[in-house]
Write a protein that binds this ligand. Structure first.
Ligand code: NAD
Ligand code: UDP
Length: 358
């Protein structure tokens, strides 16, 4: 049966220039595009380990032979970038430094990666009239308004004070000394630039704000498939602690709240954006599951239980310990208190995806 979009029109095979294709989200998106669509991917990254199973081995071609090619390049300095964007119908930019441990310890690299390095991508798309799907972050919202209310205020329970809406919520960051916000601020400025390119020069764009997407191939286990001193995002940190039989470290008591969504559910939404440009262009989309909220402490407790069940090992005597954020991340760390995505806009534009989730 021919593939059709949400309005019943046939979908033409696309060529997609995917920057950062070798990362966590990129690898799942490539997998989906190869196994379920006729689209072609020009996969750009400095690493290919997470997509090597999708790249053709010389001796036995894969079912999607010829539809994915890997281009090892660093977008900071590679003259091939514009040519690859020109060859494609659509560019998807995923490239970024996006692990919180880097934001306050490598703020310059973080700002360059999330703002400066993305500039040529936006410029080439705009100048060559190419559509752009840019990956931003839920972190552009920063802290909730409710975080500034007294701890016992009943208003803290009112969704008006915490639900994050693309077209209404303010972006609330800490002071400049709190370098944690270098990432959010750089992402916010590139969003504003893309939005302005749309308004002034007609760039066709979609901005994605992922809310804690999780699943296989996310980050690394320190000392196993990544640097031993590295600090990945929380899922990999806790997995590492469990595998080593160490207590899970709860930063500032693990009181912060997050909503998690499984990568394969989130990727469904990205595919709808790719294949429904008329519905996705000009929009910023939250992508998350508002009904799947836990505190970091609860997440630790769930992971401890699951690990004990699958490994058959007894739970450690001290399963968790509290650590201060200064001790864990160093000077300049700060945190988002709570992240509940409002899903009204994505439901309205691409409804089929979120109806199945909520
Ligand atoms: P990731 O680190 O796994 O993937 C990013 C990829 O970009 C890596 O493979 C990296 O090698 C590549 N890259 C970075 N700089 C590059 C450069 N200069 N040239 C070429 N390649 C480069 O991260 P991810 O979780 O897949 O996230 C992808 C995007 O989504 C990022 O923009 C991130 O900010 C955003 N995001 C993700 C989440 C999430 O829940 N996973 C949450 C918020 C935002
Ligand atoms: N965190 C924690 N212990 C760890 C790693 C992270 O308590 O070993 C906390 C961190 O302080 C934050 C939350 O877990 O409150 C989520 O952190 P993550 O690095 O996954 O990214 P974020 O959601 O903040 O972007």
């Amino acid at each position: 049966m021919a593939r059709v979009d949400l309005d019943g029109n046939p979908i033409k095979p696309l060529t997609i220039c995917m920057i950062g294709a070798g990362g966590f989200i990129g690898s799942h998106l490539c997998e989906k595009l190869m196994s379920e669509t006729p689209h072609t991917v020009l996969a750009l990254d400095v690493y290919s380990d997470k997509i090597k199973h999708l790249l053709d081995p010389a001796d036995s071609p894969l079912p999607w032979a010829g539809r994915i090619t890997f281009h090892r390049l660093n977008i900071k300095h590679d003259s091939r970038l514009e040519g690859l964007i020109k060859m494609a119908d659509l560019t998807i930019n995923l490239a970024a430094i996006c692990t919180p441990a880097d934001y306050n310890t490598r703020p310059l690299d973080t700002i360059y990666s999330n703002f400066i390095d993305a500039l040529p991508v936006v410029k080439y798309c705009s100048e060559n009239n190419k559509r752009l799907i840019h990956f931003s972050t839920c972190e552009v919202y920063g802290k909730t308004i409710g975080a500034f209310l007294p701890k016992d205020s009943p208003l803290r329970k009112d969704p008006a004070y915490y639900v994050l809406k693309e077209d209404e919520s303010p972006c609330i960051f800490g002071s400049i000394e709190k370098q944690r916000w270098s990432y959010a601020c750089a992402k916010q400025l590139i969003e504003r630039l893309i939005f302005a390119e749309g308004a002034e020069n007609g760039l066709e764009f979609t901005i994605v704000r992922p809310f804690n997407w999780i699943g296989p191939r996310m980050d690394f286990i320190p000392g196993i498939d990544g640097p031993s001193e590295g600090v990945p995002r929380v899922l990999a940190c806790f997995s590492n602690n469990l595998l080593r039989g160490e207590p899970l470290k709860l930063v500032d008591g693990g009181q912060s709240q997050r909503t998690f969504i499984y990568i394969k559910d989130a990727i469904e939404a990205v595919l709808l954006m790719i294949e429904n440009p008329a519905r996705a262009n000009g929009h910023i989309f939250n992508v998350g599951n508002p009904n799947n909220e836990v505190t970091v402490r609860q997440l630790a407790e769930i992971m401890i239980q699951v690990y004990s069940k699958v490994s058959g090992e007894q739970t450690a005597e001290t399963p968790t310990i509290d650590v201060s954020s200064k001790e864990f991340y160093g000077e300049g760390y700060d945190d988002s208190d709570k992240r509940i995505p409002d899903m009204t806009i994505i439901n309205k534009q691409l409804g089929r995806f979120t109806q199945s989730l909520i």
